[in-house]
Ligand binder design. Structure first.
Ligand code: ATP
Length: 360
C-alpha cells in the first residue's frame, strides 16, 4: 500500500529559478502516474523531490500519511529507474540486482530469493551470470527494472527509462513495464516528454508546463477535454488544429467561411458571453473527414502535402489562410493541389478563449 500526497510543493533553485510552482497531487495506491511535458517544465525536479534527492523548497510531501520532507532518500521506501541504466559494469546481472540489498545487509537467502524472482518476472533467468556489456539495451533496462523490483519498495520512480532505446524496443519495453505494473501493482510515477508513452501507460497523466500543472486526468479525459490550448496542442499527434475565428449570434466565422455554432455549445457560449467575440476553435485531425455529403460543417480545401502512413493519410492543407492537418483513411491517392471536401465532426469541436487560452 502506498499513497502519496504532494501539497503546495515548490522548488526554487538558487538565483530564483522557480522550477516547480504550487504542485498539488494525490496519488492513490497502485496508480501509474505519468508526469509529461516539454523539456524544462519541472518533471524531473518534482520526481527528485519525491525521491529525496532534491530538497523541497516549500510545501509538504506525504507517503502513506507520513511527512517525508526531512526523511532521507534511503528511508523513503522508493526505488528509482533512470534513463542511463546506471548498472555497475564490472558486476554480473545477479550482483547488480543484489547490490542494494547487500548494502542493506539483507540476509543472503532472502537476496537470492528476491533476485531470482525478479529475474523470472523479467525473463532474465538465463542472463544472471553475464556482465552488462554482454546485454542488449532492452536487457540492460530490464536489469535496471530488476534492481527496483528486488527492493520491494512502496513506490517506483522512473525518469525517462526508455529514452536510450530505439523506437521498436521502446514500444516493446513500454508494454513490458505495463505488464510488470499489472503484475506487481506498485505505485509508480513515470516521467517522460513523450506524449505517446504518457497516453499508453498512465492511469492518470499530469501535464506540466513551466513548473505548473496544466491538467491532471486519465489519458481519455485529457485527450477529449483538454483544459487549455497548451494541453490541446501537446497531447495528440498530429496536434489538435486551432483556428482563430469570430462568433456571431449563430455562426462561427473563419476568414470568410461560416459554420453554424453546434447547438450543444450555443447555451454555454451565450452564458459565458462569447457571442460576437473572437474565439479559438479546435478540431483534432481525425475529426476532419473526407465527405461527399452536403453538410453545414463541410468545406473545400486544397491539398498541400499528402503523407501516406499505411492505414491512414495525413493531409496538410489550409482553411482559407489557416493551416491544418486532417487524418483520413488511406483509401484514395491524394495529390498535391487536389481540391477535397472535408467535414468537421460538430460534436468534436473545442472552443478556447484566445486571451487566457483556457477551454470554454
Ligand atoms: P527534461 O525533460 O529536459 O529533463 P524537466 O521537465 O525534467 O526537463 P527539470 O529538469 O525538472 O525539467 O528542470 C526544470 C527547470 O529547473 C529548468 O528550467 C531547469 O533549467 C531548472 N533546473 C534544474 N536543475 C537545476 C539546478 N540544479 N539548478 C538550477 N536550475 C535547475
Amino acid at each position: 500500500m502506498a499513497e502519496l500526497r504532494l501539497e503546495h510543493i515548490y522548488k526554487i533553485y538558487d538565483k530564483n529559478v522557480q522550477a516547480v510552482t504550487d504542485f498539488n497531487l494525490h496519488i492513490h495506491d497502485k496508480e501509474f502516474i505519468v508526469f509529461v511535458g516539454p523539456s524544462g517544465c519541472g518533471k524531473t525536479t518534482t520526481l527528485r523531490m519525491i525521491a529525496g534527492l532534491e530538497d523541497i523548497s516549500k510545501g509538504e510531501l506525504f507517503i502513506d500519511d507520513v511527512l517525508m520532507n526531512d526523511v532521507e532518500s534511503k528511508d523513503r521506501s522508493i526505488a528509482m529507474v533512470f534513463q542511463s541504466y546506471a548498472l555497475y559494469p564490472h558486476m554480473t546481472v545477479y550482483d547488480n540486482m543484489a547490490f542494494s540489498l547487500k548494502l542493506r545487509k539483507v540476509d543472503k537467502k532472502e537476496i537470492d530469493r528476491r533476485v531470482k524472482e525478479a529475474a523470472k518476472i523479467l525473463g532474465l533467468e538465463d542472463y544472471l551470470k553475464r556482465k552488462p556489456k554482454a546485454l542488449s539495451g532492452g536487457q540492460r533496462q530490464r536489469v535496471a527494472l530488476g534492481r527496483a523490483i528486488v527492493r520491494e519498495a512502496k513506490v517506483f520512480l522512473m525518469d525517462e527509462p526508455l529514452s536510450n532505446l530505439d523506437a521498436k524496443l521502446r514500444v516493446q519495453m513500454r508494454a513490458e513495464i505495463q505488464k510488470l505494473h499489472q503484475r506487481i501493482q506498485t505505485t509508480t510515477i513515470y516521467v517522460t516528454h513523450d506524449q505517446t508513452e504518457a497516453m499508453t501507460m498512465a492511469t492518470r497523466l499530469v501535464v506540466m508546463k513551466d513548473g505548473l500543472i496544466q491538467q491532471i486526468g486519465t489519458p481519455k479525459e485529457v485527450y477529449n477535454t483538454p483544459h487549455n490550448m497548451f494541453v490541446a496542442g501537446f497531447i495528440g499527434s498530429p496536434s489538435m488544429n486551432l483556428f482563430h475565428c469570430r462568433l456571431t449570434e449563430t455562426e462561427i466565422l473563419l476568414d470568410g467561411q461560416s459554420f453554424p455554432i453546434p447547438p450543444k455549445y450555443l447555451p454555454l457560449l451565450q452564458r459565458k458571453n462569447y457571442l460576437g467575440k473572437e474565439i479559438v476553435m479546435g478540431i483534432r485531425p481525425e475529426d476532419l473527414q473526407i465527405t461527399d455529403i452536403i453538410s453545414p460543417y463541410a468545406f473545400k480545401a486544397t491539398v498541400d502535402v499528402a503523407e501516406l502512413l499505411g492505414a491512414e493519410t495525413f493531409l496538410y492543407s489550409s482553411l482559407v489562410t489557416q493551416p491544418f492537418i486532417a487524418r483520413v483513411q488511406a483509401d484514395s491517392n491524394f495529390q498535391p493541389t487536389e481540391v477535397v471536401t472535408l467535414v468537421m465532426k460538430e460534436e468534436k469541436i473545442h472552443f478556447f478563449d484566445p486571451e487566457t487560452e483556457e477551454r470554454i
